[in-house]
Design a protein around this ligand. Sequence first.
Ligand code: OSB
Ligand code: MG
Length: 369
Amino acid sequence: MKFDAIHMRELNMPLAHPFETSFGVTTGRRVLLVEIEADGFSAWGECVAGEHPYFSDEMIDTAWIITETELIPRLLKADIGSGRDCPAIFEQVRGHRMAKAALENAVWELHSLERGIPLSKLLGGTREKISCGVSIGIQSSPEKLMEVIAKELAAGYQRIKLKCKPGWDENIFAMVRERWPNILLSCDANSCYRLEDADRIAKWDRFNLLMVEQPMWYDDFYFHAALQKRMKTAICLDECIRNRRDARAALELGSGKILNIKVGRVGGFTEAIAIHDIAKEKGVPVWCGGMLETGIGRTHNIALSSLPNFSLPGDVSASARYWAEDIIEPAVTVSDKGEIIVPTTPGRGFEVVRERIEHNTVRSKTIRR
Ligand code: OSB
Ligand code: MG
C-alpha cells in the first residue's frame, strides 16, 4: 500500500500539574503528532520526545527535522504491507527511535483500521483490561506527596511509583512505608545515581520495593548488573533498553529483573513486541511505561499493554491526571479497581477530536507523495 499524504503538527499543551523528575520539571508538553492518510483512512502517531534532550538524546525539534527530511520521504516512497515493514524502511537512519515510532505506530493503527480490528488484537494482545499504576513526580514537600499518594490509592491505582533523587529517596520511602506498609511501591531514579551511591541503594531492600527503576547511567548495563548482585529488590530497566539486543544483553548480564517497555524509546511497536517476547521467554515480567502522552500515545500504550507478558501494573493512567482536556473522546478513565478496559472497536478505539487538535497546534506541515 502507498500512502497519499502524511501530516506533521506540533501541539503545545499545558500539563494539569507540573511533573518533576531527577532531570527536571515539565510544565507543558510540546507534542509532535503525525497523521497518515491512505485509502480514505486516517491514522495517528505521537512522538514522545521531550522538550529537551534530558530523558534521551532526542527532543521534539530533532524529531521534527528527522521526521520531515528523512523518515516521511522514505515512507512515502515505500510500498507498505504492515507496520512490521517500517524498521527496514527507516534502517539507514541511525537512532531517532522516538521519531520512527510515531510513524510506525500510525502505520499499525492504519492497518488495524483497514482490517477492521482493534489495534490491540493486531499487536497480539490478549487482555480485556490492563492494570494501572501511577508515576508520582517529586513534590514540593513530603506532606504534599503523602496527600497525592492518598488520592491516587483512593482512586484505585494498583501501584505507586515515586520519582526519586539524592535527598528525595530513603527519607521519603521510609515515610511512605510507615503509612502504607503493604502497597505495591516502586521508585524511578531516571539515571541520577553514581557509583558512590551504590552502597546506600544496595540497602533499600528494607523498603520492600517492587523495583528500583534505572538507578544508574542511562546507557549502562555493567554497573546495573553489579548493583543487582548486591540487592534482592529487582532493578527495572528503562532508559538503557533501546532494542531487542539490549533487552537480551541486559537480561543475560543480570542488569535487571524487570523491564519497562516504552514504545517510543524502542522505535515502535515491532521492536516493543520483540522485547516483550524475549522477556517472556526468559520469565521476566514487563510493564508499559509512559511519557506524559496525549490520548493518541496513551491509547497506543493501552493496546500494547494488552499483550500477555505485561503482567505488572504499568504507568498508563487516566487522561485527567495530565490534561484539563485530552484530544480524544472519551478521555481515558480508570476503574476504581485501577484498570483500563481495552477497546474492542477498530483502531485505537477512541476518537480524535480535531477541533481540540487544531486549537493546540502551533505549526504544521503536509508532505504528499
Ligand atoms: O522514566 O518513566 C519515566 C515521564 C517522562 C519521562 C520519563 C518517565 C516519565 C514517567 C511518567 O515516569 C510516566 C507517565 O505517567 O506518563
Ligand atoms: Mg522511568
